[in-house]
Design a binder for this molecule. Structure first.
Ligand code: PAF
Length: 281
């Protein structure tokens, strides 16, 4: 496995491989890799000739009061996992490589970023959209792989790749979960044992919402109430949002017709958990 740290070397590697007709799969990450990332790497390996994993804790997507400084960083373990999974390139640039002096461009996907995570974390999606645009432009992958856990992020990246003709297929892979349903996330390491036991409340709420839809429920407000009731039983959990949305526009649904995405974010202590379920009826 080759580790690349500069934008120039990454672009050169990509150009050389394009010339040889190699299809590149990109798995963008912020490191602290877990089984969810491993699943993305494996699917990239299966569908592309060469796999690039980017490892960059992107300061632009963290608000001033968020956890950029204490975001988990495990560069050695990440490199070991990537090597073991047959990754060809680990692209781990320094922040000055991505945002050199004078950098001032922002990519925005305003309608998809307006609600939910975008409302809770102002500026977050501009940071995501900007860095992902840079990564797709540099690496020029045939396909880029993202987890469904960040449903809104995946929707927004799918849109921007199409809007900006970036030439990469955006593949969204199902969420990988612990045995009790908790969606894998690099931030889960911050949960204390007591908080960890409370954390599945979010997935339980989403499942209750899904069950209510599959039982014939069609009112968005009623399904939202079902989900709120489940989280409400967990005294450690506070609700940021629990929503019933159109999976394409992410706008709230008053009436569910043929499908919906249930989006949720809760807080347990200082930790935010997000998750979602796509429901077809
Ligand atoms: O999902 C993530 O880890 C990040 O938001 C991403 C897509 C790597 C952009 O920094």
């Amino acid at each position: 496995m080759k580790t690349i740290r500069t934008v120039q070397a990454m672009a050169a590697w990509s150009a050389a491989h394009h010339r040889e007709g190699v299809t590149i799969g990109l798995v963008p990450t912020m490191g602290a890799l877990h089984a969810g990332h491993r699943a993305l790497i494996r699917v990239a390996r299966l569908s592309c000739d060469a796999v690039v994993v980017s490892l960059f804790v992107n300061p632009a997507q963290f608000g001033p009061k968020e956890d950029f400084a204490r975001y988990p960083r495990k560069p050695k373990a990440d490199a070991t996992l990537c090597r073991k999974e047959g990754v060809d390139v680990l692209f781990a640039p320094h922040v000055d490589e991505i945002y050199p002096d004078g950098f001032q461009t922002t990519v925005s996907v305003p309608r998809l970023a307006r609600r939910w995570e975008g409302e809770q974390r102002p500026g977050h999606f501009d940071g995501v959209a900007t860095v992902v645009t840079k990564l797709l432009t540099l690496v020029r992958p045939a396909a880029a792989f993202f987890g469904q856990k960040d449903f809104q992020q995946a929707a927004l990246i799918t849109r921007l790749a199409e809007d900006l003709n970036l030439g990469a297929r955006v593949i969204v892979y199902p969420t990988v979960r612990e045995a009790d349903g908790l969606a894998l996330s690099s931030r889960n390491v911050f949960l204390t044992p007591v908080q960890r036991r409370a954390a599945p409340a979010l997935f339980q709420a989403l499942k209750a919402g899904r069950a209510a839809i599959l039982a014939g429920g069609r009112s968005g407000a009623a399904i939202q109430q079902v989900m709120r009731k489940v989280v409400g039983k967990e005294s450690l959990a506070g609700i940021d949002y629990l929503a019933v949305c159109d999976p394409d526009t992410l706008e709230p649904l008053k009436h569910i017709r043929d499908c919906a995405v249930l989006l949720g974010a809760i807080r347990i202590g200082r930790i935010r958990l997000i998750d979602n379920l796509l429901v077809k009826c």
